[in-house]
Design a protein around this ligand. Structure first.
Ligand code: CUA
Length: 334
């Protein structure tokens, strides 16, 4: 090849390498990052993507170049040149990837240990997965919620488990995900860095309601968080308001339709007008008894076309009697 052609090819190659690296290293492929741990992960991800792009352009570029440069010419029917290895080249292409892998391993390890580092005294939130809802318990505050509230900039440690099958607790904007395994507690620590409302998902196929196993994390100022804790610790004096609140707190809103409670879930039957139907659905059961049993033993009076074992069957152990009374009275009035 003439000197000029080689120069032009080298320049094109060099420009492609630099551009590829810059595009990949600054690519914005992850969700909006809302945790300090996520910042570390994002930097690691972009570094890896940058390095991978350089390797890709280099290897594919040499391949394309060789295909064009050393192609069979018209009228050339002879054998190719016999080549017998090249020690220098082999040492080179073994050493470079080995070095790359070591650098990536060290960097990844550092990011992992920094993101898992124990902070002074993180707030503990117990995360319980069950078919098909998330429950968040705050042992220090003594309360339970179906939404995850967190104060911004304060470290929190999740203790994650499941009551039935394997789920996966996933907050995409925290760049964090961990399996919820029955009989086992797994943990991860996170410090929310952005105020806002972000989705919580289940990332492990866990049954027919898997796609509906969603919740949200509300990252708020410490003052707003304290106010929420206070609100959660007490129930409004008005029984309708209290019932509406409990309907949301126990996650009913996720699966049922009930306009009064702002619920539009499609997993379970609609509860619109349930108060007028409840007394006539099962002969011999009045509205109160029917509603009560439907909450505590959801598989007994299944509405046709709805599946068994979708609604959690453990409300008897989770709802205190006075709250159950409030919830039943509330539903009977809808
Ligand atoms: Cu729980 Cu998927």
């Amino acid at each position: 090849m003439k000197g000029r052609t080689l120069l032009v090819v080298s320049i094109i190659f060099g420009v492609a390498l630099v551009c590829g690296y810059l595009v990949a290293a600054n690519a914005n492929l992850l969700p909006e990052v809302a945790s300090t741990r996520g910042d570390l992960m994002q930097r690691l991800f972009n570094s890896l993507l940058g390095a991978a792009t350089v390797v890709f352009v280099l290897v594919e570029g040499l391949l394309v170049y060789s295909v064009i440069r050393f192609r069979r010419r018209a009228g050339d029917g002879g054998e190719g040149v016999a080549v017998h290895g090249n020690t220098a080249l082999e040492v080179f292409w073994t050493a470079i990837p080995a070095l790359l892998v070591v650098v990536i391993a060290v960097y990844s390890f550092r990011v992992l240990s920094a993101s898992e580092a124990e902070t002074e005294k993180p707030m503990v939130v117990e995360v319980i997965g069950r078919q098909f809802s998330w429950e968040f318990r705050y042992p220090e505050q003594g309360l339970t919620s179906s939404d995850l509230h967190l104060p911004v900039s304060e470290p929190v440690r999740f203790e994650i488990t499941s009551e039935d099958v394997i789920h996966s607790f996933w907050v995409p904007n925290f760049l964090a995900k961990r399996d919820a395994t029955p009989g086992q507690v797994s943990e991860f620590a996170v410090t929310p860095s952005e105020i806002g409302v972000f989705p919580v998902r289940c990332a492990e196929l866990c049954g027919p309601g898997h796609a509906a196993m969603v919740s949200q994390v509300i990252v708020e100022t410490p003052e707003e968080f304290d106010a929420w804790v206070e609100r959660m610790a007490s129930l409004p004096g008005d029984s309708t308001e209290a019932g509406r609140l409990l309907f949301g707190r126990y996650g009913c809103t996720g699966c049922h339709v009930l306009a009064d409670a702002g619920a539009n879930g499609l997993i379970g039957p609609s509860l619109e007008g349930i108060g007028t139907r409840a007394g006539e659905t099962v002969p011999g059961l009045d509205a109160d008894a029917y509603l009560r049993q439907s909450i505590l033993e959801p598989n007994v009076h299944l509405i046709p076309t709805y599946l068994e074992n979708i609604m959690p069957a453990d409300f008897a152990t989770r709802i205190p009697p006075h709250e159950l009374d409030l919830l039943v009275t509330y539903l009977a009035g809808r």
